[in-house]
Design a protein around this ligand. Sequence first.
Ligand SMILES: Nc1ncnc2c1ncn2[C@@H]1O[C@H](COP(=O)(O)OP(=O)(O)O)[C@@H](O)[C@H]1O
Ligand SMILES: [Mg+2]
Length: 338
Amino acid sequence: MILKDAGKLELSYIPGKILCRDEELQRIKVFLQTGRVLISGGVGTGKTLLARYVGGDAYINCYMNKTEHRVLEEILRQLKPRFNPAGLPSQRLWGEIESGKTIILDEIDGMHPEELRHFTYSLSRQYELGKKINYIAITRNHFILQQLINDDAIWSTFADKAIVELKPYTWEQVKEILWYRAKESIEARAIDDEIISLIADIAIHSPGHMRTAIDLLRNSAMIAESKGQEKITPEDVREANREEWVSDLESMEKEELTVLAAVATACKRKAYADISEIEEAMKIKSEEYGISIDKKNFEKILQNLIQQDFVYKGNMGYTIIHYPVNLLLSEIEERMRK
Ligand SMILES: Nc1ncnc2c1ncn2[C@@H]1O[C@H](COP(=O)(O)OP(=O)(O)O)[C@@H](O)[C@H]1O
Ligand SMILES: [Mg+2]
């Protein structure tokens, strides 16, 4: 057993503590006291988590509910489960929302632009009518949202300066958060700093950011568990992050394949290798494949491999992140024999 509580790695789970966002949380709470706040940030920066942590009476994902009417229906379904909004005009539905309620409007830029414009207009109208509907709105990019709304008057009532921007976490922050989440969900003996570092390295360069980190943690734990291991290994993380690029090896020269094989060999049993370990592995592989590469050429090829994403230069050394190295080595061996 490696996973002691997989539910704590689900996207919908709200952890007891939120790390690295003290200041942002504080600002969200302060803005919300005035009735509105807009959280802006890329995928996996913790927007949904922060909003749900602060809390609201209704939570709507606007990407799933793209029209004003659908959003209102969904709000009322949560606020007034016995109310039937079918067939009623939006105006009527606005009237049903009680003053003082707080609504979370996630992925608000996912609404149809016309609907978004009208919805934010109606929302600001409610305010002018003296009705206080509090909201936490969430967008990936507040500049784009402002352009979509495309109306200075609506924008200034809707968000104006009540914006909290979430910057991507640093590698150290992703590690800190991962450690906390891992302690809640995974047996202590099954995970170590090397694994957390590798996952963090992959996450900070992935478009899913912290979301990728949590997914990788869960999936590598599941892979390790299915193999009957006691611990998660770097190979399990690579397997969880696997991409189908082995066919790309066909277009590679033997020299490149040799350097790639050396990197793979050097980080076979660990997450990262340093340059001297790769050079050591180079000697063995060159001899094995009967290919000689001088130091200058080796360095050039290594840089190329990094640029093409075959090799990754992380915070703790060189590694391979898109493919299990044992599999990669057998693929290379096969090509070398041809
Ligand atoms: N500061 C944090 N502390 C703990 N977990 C976090 C933190 N930030 C993000 N997470 C976790 O990372 C994942 C992605 O966060 P999420 O709020 O869904 O990002 P976004 O909505 O910006 O795409 C979730 O599983 C969330 O619980
Ligand atoms: Mg989200």
